[in-house]
Design a protein around this ligand. Structure first.
Ligand SMILES: Cc1cc2nc3c(=O)[nH]c(=O)nc-3n(C[C@H](O)[C@H](O)[C@H](O)COP(=O)(O)OP(=O)(O)OC[C@H]3O[C@@H](n4cnc5c(N)ncnc54)[C@H](O)[C@@H]3O)c2cc1C
Length: 396
């Protein structure tokens, strides 16, 4: 790590310890909405300190970091559930800023990207449908039909994260149902919200969390939603290709955030093991089985970090398409380590681990989705296995 990056990480770490960690108690107790004014004040401090939107190029007010450099930042921010939001690099906005920079027209950038970069609005990405498998994005029912100068969108989506309160959605919709190449049937279209015909049916309760605003996972319907054709993002039929581009760096962001969570859970596990007495003078950490969990976790977190950083530098050098196998490998591998480390840390805490006294039970619920969103484990494992078997003559 170069000296500038080391200094940046040290500054971020200090900021989080002083300004973000003290918010965690309220974060666990209150709906997100009630914390927003406090978070806004902290976001202003991040801007004033010159650390805002660290993932973006300098021309957009970011720090001009490479993906490998931002990966380190993402790990640090991941140590607290409010970290990425305070620095304006939270999903799904981070992915939407990246694809708007890569594919947006000047008008789209002015109207949608810049307010997002300034942190004035939020956005969502609307692809998954209840009636179709999200793991097969070539099969969907939402359509965008051309009518005069508009697209007319009709469809039903769910798990559109952050839809509640978003100012626009990037909607994946079929624009050419008959395209012989099924990967070229859908397009991405920017739809301003509110829009006549757009309805949030409900914020889905996920693992006991009702969800609202930034923390919502919404079921939504599009009924004759009209959007000018100029709101097409990139080329018609390029929806899948753009989604893939978005997911490459996106998986680095997620994986490094998870490693940040692992580090914090690891610290909590060790701290409690060193302090909690099971009998006078006998600590939880005296037990060999706990020592094994600590040692295994230490090795697994460090291995996961190396694998993700290696993949990030491959993407920096060769682009996301050249490293599909590596991207799939980190997605299931790190998600698995994350579940193990959080689970061990809870076990060490006994019943206390199930309460809101620490972040562990929140993360246990919240991060179970890591093995499902952005592609379930099984899909990524088959990508890795297919590639390996091809070299031995089995083309699946
Ligand atoms: C917290 C969270 C946030 C999300 N946010 C968004 C969002 O903002 N926008 C959005 O559009 N979507 C979002 N999603 C949806 C997510 O992308 C999908 O859930 C995911 O793609 C899986 O699709 P599915 O749930 O329809 O499962 P399905 O595709 O129905 O798959 C069900 C199960 O079948 C198995 N399976 C599937 N394919 C294979 C295969 N090829 N080989 C072996 N087994 C297989 C797996 O075990 C899988 O879990 C979110 C999901 C979660 C949990």
């Amino acid at each position: 790590m170069n000296q500038n990056l080391q200094q940046l990480i040290a500054n971020i770490s200090k900021f989080l310890r002083e300004e973000a960690y003290p918010l965690e108690h309220d974060f666990l107790q209150q709906p997100f909405k009630e914390l927003v004014p406090t978070l806004e004040a902290k976001r202003a401090l991040v801007k004033a300190a010159g650390m805002w939107t660290p993932h973006l190029p300098k021309e957009y007010g970011g720090l001009g970091l490479t993906l490998s450099e931002f990966a380190r930042v993402s790990e640090e921010l991941g140590r607290t559930p409010v970290g990425h939001y305070l620095f304006n690099c939270q999903a799904p906005d981070i992915g939407n800023t990246e694809i708007l920079i890569a594919h947006g027209t000047e008008e789209q950038k002015e109207r949608y990207l810049l307010p997002l970069v300034r942190g004035e609005v939020r956005s969502c990405f609307s692809m998954t449908e209840p009636e179709h498998p999200g793991s097969n994005p070539t099969w969907m029912s939402t359509t965008a039909i051309k009518e005069v100068s508009d697209y007319v969108i009709n469809g039903h989506k769910w798990f559109t994260s952050s839809a509640d309160g978003a100012s626009f959605a990037i909607v994946m919709a079929v624009t050419d149902a008959d395209a012989p190449n099924s990967y070229k049937r859908a397009s991405q279209i920017i739809m301003p919200i509110p829009n006549d015909g757009f309805t949030i049916v409900r914020n889905i309760n996920v693992m006991g969390e009702p969800g609202s605003d930034y923390a919502s996972h919404a079921e939504v319907t599009y009924t004759n939603c009209r959007v000018p054709q100029t709101n097409l993002l990139g080329q018609e039929g390029a929806g899948f290709k753009i989604a893939q581009e978005r997911l490459g760096p996106g998986r680095i962001h997620h994986c490094m955030r998870w490693i940040g969570i692992c580090e914090r859970a690891f610290d909590l596990m060790c701290d409690y093991s060193a302090k909690r007495q099971l009998a006078p003078g006998v600590f939880v950490g005296n037990k060999q089985i706990v020592q094994e969990w600590i040692a295994e976790s230490r090795a697994e977190i460090d291995a996961a970090r190396l694998l993700v950083l290696d993949t990030a530098s491959r993407i920096d050098e060769q682009g996301a398409n050249a490293t599909r196998q590596n991207i799939s490998m980190i997605k299931f591998f790190v998600a698995g380590i994350l579940q193990k480390v959080i689970d061990r840390a809870i076990q060490v805490h006994g019943a206390l681990g199930l309460t809101d006294a620490t972040l562990l039970s929140y993360w246990y619920r919240h991060e179970r989705g890591a093995r499902i969103y952005d592609g379930p484990d099984e899909v990524h494992k088959s990508v890795v296995a297919r590639e390996a078997l091809r070299k031995f003559g089995l083309d699946l």
